[in-house]
Design a protein around this ligand. Structure first.
Ligand SMILES: O=C([C@H](O)CO)[C@H](O)[C@H](O)COP(=O)(O)O
Length: 211
């Protein structure tokens, strides 16, 4: 089980400080959508240069012009780009085509998707990696429920999960056996991000290769 650190609503310097503090306890690095909107592909490029051994996710949240946006991120060094699962199948297929040619991956963000039928369509389009996502604004009302996992049960996807995950909610998440756990604020807003990432990583089920 991998830990993905989401860098959201942060300035450039804060991103690099957090990465220095947490790099030994995280597996995947996510450049958040807001950070990309502020700094563009230059921060994706710089993070990949400084942390070449971490899998780098550019959270583009693409919903159109998939070919162009996928190329932008892959050229900058991203290993994974995100596409909104509600995007047109053409957008998703174009991004998957680009990912194949670069030897990289596409993660379909399931924010606001509730119909299993869409999962079947994504599978048909060639998607293998999905992200269960309980949005920041949805979190204002209540915390994510692990019922979210029902959407992907038995689908054969590689599953990541995001949305206000913290120490107290992590055990229920881990019990549902995701492949990747995405954590933002619980690490980036912690008093001691190094310790927070160390603790959260320690709560994940170790991968076979870690034994
Ligand atoms: O994708 C995200 C969200 O849409 C904000 O841009 C976050 O990266 C994801 O939700 C993880 O962050 P936390 O919810 O703060 O753990």
């Amino acid at each position: 089980m991998k830990l993905q650190l989401a860098l959201d609503r942060l300035e450039r310097q804060q991103c690099f400080r957090l990465l220095e503090e947490t790099k030994d306890h995280i597996d995947w690095i996510e450049v958040g959508t807001g950070v990309i909107k502020e700094y563009g592909m230059s921060i994706v490029r710089e993070i990949k240069q400084r942390y070449p051994n971490h899998t780098l996710v550019a959270d583009m949240k693409t919903c159109d012009a998939g070919k162009h946006e996928a190329r932008q991120a892959f050229e900058a060094g991203a290993d994974v780009v995100t596409v909104m699962a509600f995007a047109a199948d053409e957008t998703i297929k174009d991004m998957l085509f680009e990912a194949d040619s670069y030897g990289k991956q596409v993660m379909a963000d399931l924010l606001n998707v509730s119909e299993k039928r869409r999962l079947d369509e994504l599978k048909e389009a060639g998607v293998t990696l999905v992200s269960l996502h309980y949005g920041k604004d949805m979190q204002k009302e209540k915390d994510m429920s692990a019922d979210l996992f029902d959407l992907v049960k038995g689908g054969g996807f590689t599953v990541s999960v995001a949305g206000g995950i913290k120490e107290s909610t992590l055990p229920e998440i881990v019990a549902n056996k995701p492949d990747i756990v995405i954590v933002g604020s619980a690490i980036t807003s912690a008093e001691d991000p190094a310790n927070a990432s160390f603790k959260l990583k320690g709560m994940l089920t170790p991968d076979e290769e870690d034994h």
